[in-house]
Design a protein around this ligand. Structure first.
Ligand SMILES: [Mn+2]
Length: 433
């Protein structure tokens, strides 16, 4: 049933509707009233069409429910320092292409950049990908919060000023021309349609599962070396992944209902906060808890960080929204190298969608021509095919890593013991992770 389309007359559409409700009932979070209203709106619309066009229209979608009359959209933001060449804007391109391919709803982009480096107009080029471009409006953020130190990638790879831009995200609640919005950061990619999320009620957000629900990863997170070592260990030992991997909200993906009152509430709440080390997502998380309507957490199969893909998603699924390719987001950016992203399941996917997008949007320039050249495309293809060759994955895979890890640990233990014995101090092999 779910893959089948409900076609036919009005009677059939009713059967489909009832059937869809039966299917939807155990899901709890689906809004039955809303589905009912949607059905009636769609029904009227289709009846009208069938009379005017003299044919019986489709009543479709995977859930069996049409929601054409709903004003739903995806929303992203690309705010780059004024006067500087665009940086975050590039990440919108592959997502725009994917949304155009998979979704019934448009992408809305908030940006302060009007032209690409080659001089192409941003709004008119993105319109070819079905994107509606809107300007970024100011959001009042207290100075003490704007300039505070944050242990976050936006500050570590950018600056406190750039990190302050994240609070602009709060203005998405003001886009009241839409009934519901799905926000996505521009350092991620959709793997399949996320339209099913529009059926849910309330505010939803990604689990802040940076450590993929593992205490070992949490302990190792401040060291790149130990983070990678623990990751290799985890990938070599098959284990079941928890469904709940974090209790906090990550604002990488949000489902929200725009409302000016909610926006004003968020701003008042922000003004009342002394310090916000966790950035905009801390404001969102604590505000909705304060108003006793907490943000619900999306399943890790729907949204997750890239470092958890392939090791911490129940059933080994590829999540719908993958936020960053890995801890450093090595593969989801302009300039990502084929040889570095060969083992990433979505490296080539991001590259392909990026290059399709610039071709449709008609954006040029030396940097893009190089990144999307036929030679580059071959390189990405070649690397992937090499990895898919029989035996290759086994050869370069996890078992060998585990042996290296064990050998390394044994060697370190021996060395520590020898040094301890030589200096007369009590030795031992205390694991720091
Ligand atoms: Mn992000």
């Amino acid at each position: 049933m779910p893959r089948e389309r409900c076609r036919g007359n009005i009677f059939m559409s009713k059967v489909c509707f009832v059937w869809a409700l039966v299917l939807a009932a155990p899901l709890g979070d689906l809004d039955a009233d809303e589905l009912h209203r949607e059905h009636h709106q769609a029904h009227r619309h289709d009846f009208h069409r069938s009379r005017t066009l003299g044919r019986i229209p489709d009543l479709e979608t995977e859930d069996g429910i049409v929601s054409r009359n709903r004003r739903y959209a995806f929303v992203m933001m690309a705010y780059d320092p004024p006067g500087k060449p665009p940086n975050t804007l590039w990440g919108v391109l592959p997502m725009a292409h994917v949304i155009q391919e998979f979704s019934d709803y448009p992408l809305v982009l908030l940006t302060n950049t009007t032209h690409w480096p080659d001089g192409t107009n941003v709004a008119s080029s993105l319109a070819k990908l079905g994107v509606q471009v809107l300007p970024v409006r100011p959001v009042p953020v207290p100075d003490r919060i704007l300039h505070e130190h944050r242990h976050m990638p936006c500050e570590e790879n950018g600056s406190p000023e750039i990190c302050g831009y994240q609070f602009f995200k709060l203005q998405i609640w003001r886009l009241t021309q839409f009934d519901k919005l799905i926000w996505m950061d521009n350092d991620g990619i959709l793997v399949r349609s996320a339209d099913y999320l529009f059926q849910r009620r309330g505010t939803w957000g990604q689990q802040d599962n940076w450590d993929c629900g593992s205490w070992l990863s949490l302990v190792a997170r401040n060291s790149v070396f130990f983070t990678r070592l623990v990751d290799k260990l985890q990938r070599s030992i098959p284990s079941s992944a928890p469904m709940e991997q974090a209790t906090g909200v990550c604002s990488g993906m949000l489902l929200l209902k725009p409302s000016e009152d909610t926006y004003q509430g968020l701003i008042r709440h922000l003004a009342s906060m002394e310090t916000v080390p966790g950035g905009d997502q801390q404001v969102v998380d604590t505000y909705f808890k304060k108003v006793k309507n907490p943000v619900k957490l999306l399943e890790v199969e729907t949204a997750t960080f890239g470092q958890c893909v392939g090791k911490a998603i129940p059933g080994g699924k590829l999540p719908t929204f993958v936020h960053k390719s890995d801890w450093l987001n090595s593969c989801f950016h302009l300039g990502a190298a084929a040889e570095d992203c060969v083992t990433h399941p979505l490296g080539r996917y991001w590259h392909e969608n990026f290059c399709s997008a610039i071709s449709i949007a008609g954006i040029g320039g030396d940097r893009l021509e190089e990144f999307c050249s036929p030679a580059q495309a071959t390189l990405w293809q070649w690397h992937r095919e090499l990895m898919e060759a029989p035996g290759m994955r086994r050869e370069s895979g996890s078992t060998r890593s585990l042996w290296w890890l064990l050998a390394g640990s044994a060697l370190s233990c021996t060395m520590v013991s020898v040094v301890a014995a030589a200096t007369g101090k009590a030795g031992g092999c205390k694991s720091s992770w």
